[in-house]
Design a protein around this ligand. Structure first.
Ligand SMILES: C[S@@+](CC[C@H](N)C(=O)[O-])C[C@H]1O[C@@H](n2cnc3c(N)ncnc32)[C@H](O)[C@@H]1O
Length: 168
């Protein structure tokens, strides 16, 4: 995977290794990333996904060159440009990665929406745990939900990651 990491201009190996290992373990049928950016995190997740896994990447601005990066790694993702992923029908996914709006209300709202899907995801990973607003957004969500999410913090990752797993 390190070739892929260098090819996509990754910011941190531990972050992408964590995403790759989470996807490998969860073996999701579908992955939704909010804040797809330059595609490096999607490339990491796709590196351990099965061939049948579908990918959707959402961003307020689809970057120039993103489609080419994904094509170069054989990822046929649907890319959606919007500020608000929940307005798009059928966004549900087995695995969700949040790395977009890092405000407290933004993170909280994204998590609430995902939690209220008819079939919530098995795993949600959230980047930038180190950010106090992200941390508060996740904390508010955990305090407000009655759903069985367990929380796993990854301080070893650049800027930190928090992983929510359902039903454990
Ligand atoms: C840190 S970058 C994502 C990096 C990417 N996940 C990776 O690791 O390679 C954050 C992205 O979120 C997008 N973003 C920020 N706020 C957003 C919002 N409210 N809705 C959609 N996208 C947003 C930005 O345009 C930016 O591309």
């Amino acid at each position: 995977m390190s070739d892929l990491i260098e090819a996509a201009g990754y910011l941190d190996d531990t972050y992408h290794r964590l995403l790759a290992s989470l996807v490998k373990e969860a073996n999701p049928g579908s992955v939704l990333e909010i804040g797809v950016g330059n595609g490096s995190s999607m490339v990491a997740m796709a590196s351990t996904a099965s061939r049948r896994t579908s990918f959707v990447g959402v961003d307020m601005r689809i970057q120039e060159g993103l489609r080419e990066t994904l094509d170069a790694h054989g990822i046929k993702a649907e890319l959606v440009e919007t500020l608000d992923f929940v307005e798009i029908p059928k966004r549900r996914a087995d695995f969700v990665h949040l790395d977009a709006d890092h405000s407290t209300i933004g993170v909280f709202r994204e998590l609430l929406q995902v939690d209220q899907w008819n079939e919530p995801p098995k795993v949600i990973s959230i980047h930038d745990w180190i950010d106090p607003y992200t941390k508060w957004g996740v904390t508010c969500f955990i305090m407000s939900t009655s759903s069985p999410w367990t929380v796993e913090i990854h301080p070893e990752v650049f800027n930190g990651c928090v992983v929510l797993r359902r039903g454990k």
